[in-house]
Ligand binder design. Structure first.
Ligand SMILES: Nc1nc2c(ncn2[C@@H]2O[C@H](COP(=O)(O)OP(=O)(O)OP(=O)(O)O)[C@@H](O)[C@H]2O)c(=O)[nH]1
Ligand SMILES: [Mg+2]
Length: 248
């Protein structure tokens, strides 16, 4: 297992680094998905399932695991069939764009279609840094509670996609999916919400279809999308802001 040690770069240049990285990803036709959540919300479990399902559909997948220590998550991703790398963040609680670009170099992203960055488990710091990813996806698990959009508004405002995970546990918790969605959409009206269980597979199809569509749109292959009007606009806005328009 390849392990790299990363140090945070100067934050003042982060936005510039992020923009440069998105430009590179566009040229290479790679969709980079930044996956954020609190520790244990189910990032690695969801990614293992996505890697298995999407590779069956012919996609070439990569995963960059960012953690303060250990290689366990990257090993799980390799076992699932992804090209994987473990990045250690030198104690930092987030990934920035410079760190992400260095991790991509170490992964050797050539020929990959979708790369997932599993960010450090935390609902606060990762939300403050643009990693240069094409799409920001956050996970909130049912056991964490439906009040989290009220307590951690920044991450819910910045994400393009919210996965409500561990829906198989709904019978055991008082989690109101509609209320949680409404709270998150008050902060972020265009947020895409996917309730699912990576354990049972329920709800996975919708997320996988969305990712395939996002990849086509990022590559400018989604020619029919012009007819979709409002739908297309919402989907494009759910891809990270800035230079994401495939027609630019
Ligand atoms: N019931 C249920 N448990 C799940 C589901 N997804 C993950 N889990 C469990 O939640 C725990 C944490 O899952 P991980 O996938 O390791 O979570 P993570 O977000 O990657 O954790 P960190 O990398 O440590 O932040 C494990 O015990 C999983 O088995 C799910 O859909 N349903
Ligand atoms: Mg993990």
């Amino acid at each position: 297992m390849k392990v790299i040690e990363l140090e945070s770069s100067v934050t003042a240049s982060n936005d510039r680094d992020a923009k440069r990285l998105r430009g590179r990803l566009r040229r290479e036709g790679i969709l980079l998905v930044n996956v954020m959540s609190s520790p244990g919300a189910g990032k690695t479990t969801l990614l293992s399932r996505l890697v298995r399902d999407l590779s069956r559909r012919g996609l070439r997948l990569g995963v960059m695991e960012a953690d303060i220590a250990s290689e366990v998550d990257a090993e799980r991703m390799e076992a699932a069939g992804a090209k994987a790398i473990q990045a250690h963040t030198g104690g930092m609680c987030h990934m920035d764009a410079g760190m992400t670009a260095r991790a991509l170099d170490a992964l050797d992203a050539r020929g990959l279609d979708i790369i997932f960055l599993e960010n450090v488990g935390n609902l606060i710091c990762p939300a403050e840094y643009d990693t240069g990813a094409t799409l920001d996806l956050m996970i909130l698990s049912v056991p964490e509670g439906d009040d989290k959009p009220l307590k951690y508004p920044l991450i819910f405002s910045r994400a393009g996609v919210l996965v409500i995970s561990k829906t198989d546990a709904l019978p055991y918790f008082s989690f109101d999916t509609d209320l949680c969605t409404a709270r998150a959409r008050r902060l972020n009206p265009d947020l895409r919400v996917f309730p699912l269980s990576a354990r049972t597979g329920e709800g996975m199809d919708a997320l996988e279809e969305y990712l395939l569509k996002a990849l086509r749109r990022w590559r400018g292959e989604d020619s029919g999308s012009m007819a979709e009007g409002k739908e297309k606009k919402a989907a494009e806005e759910s891809l990270r802001r800035g230079e994401v328009s495939p027609h630019a």
